[in-house]
Ligand binder design. Structure first.
Ligand SMILES: NC(=O)CC[C@H](N)C(=O)O
Length: 201
């Protein structure tokens, strides 16, 4: 395949950081705000930010139906933090009208790590990521409370009050992390996603 084009949903959240990380991975990285832009990408990153705000903006920007269609057509997607929440099939502790895109057969709990530890960092082994643990940065992050039979658990917290909580998952072309790989300068998660995009092209 020629260089894949990977979009970053650019409605809200840490769009620039994902665009920079993807560009460093050698793919063409573009912001996606319109259905025509969505139609042109080989994969899409849903960034961290605020999932209920992004839910509303998806509808305002007429992206909800086209995005659902592309996901059911097998578009590779990577959601980090709020992006993971949007990709889930079930969401706990959210607004009743929050959007779930059903790309992953998981139930997530929003803001699961609690207020005292709203933000923290830890080292995490991630299946499929070679070269040692990933530095995982959690910012008012969700965790995964249920995984369906087709979901592969790629990473879970080790130690502390959240020991064993699932924070990285994959189901076919859909990848999600509770944490923010775009803020650490470690490109391995973005490279993994770029590989998934190439495989599915
Ligand atoms: N850093 C993040 O993406 C936080 C997610 C946010 N707590 C939400 O519920 O959408």
């Amino acid at each position: 395949m020629t260089t894949p084009t990977i979009g970053v949903l650019a409605l809200q959240g840490d769009v620039r950081e994902h665009l920079a990380a993807l560009t460093e991975c050698g793919v063409r990285a573009v912001g996606v705000r319109r259905p025509s832009e969505l139609a042109d990408v080989d994969g899409l990153v849903l960034p961290g930010g605020e999932s209920t705000t992004m839910s509303k903006l998806l509808a305002v920007f007429d992206l909800l139906d086209p995005l659902r269609e592309r996901i059911s057509g097998g578009l590779p997607v990577f959601g980090s933090c709020a992006g993971m929440i949007l990709l889930a099939s079930g969401i706990l502790d959210t607004r009743p009208d929050a959007v779930h895109l059903d790309a992953l057969d998981i139930t997530v709990r929003r803001n699961a790590f609690g207020r005292q530890v709203d933000s923290f960092e830890t080292d995490l082994d991630v299946t499929g990521v070679a070269g040692g643990p990933v530095r995982a940065v959690f910012i008012r992050a969700p965790w995964v409370e249920r995984t369906g039979p087709d979901v592969e658990v790629l990473g879970a917290v080790k130690g502390g009050p959240a020991d064993g909580r699932i924070v990285a998952v994959r189901q076919g072309p859909a990848l999600a992390t509770s944490f923010h790989p775009e803020v650490t300068g470690d490109l391995r998660i973005h490279r993994l996603f770029a590989e998934i995009v190439r495989e599915h092209a």
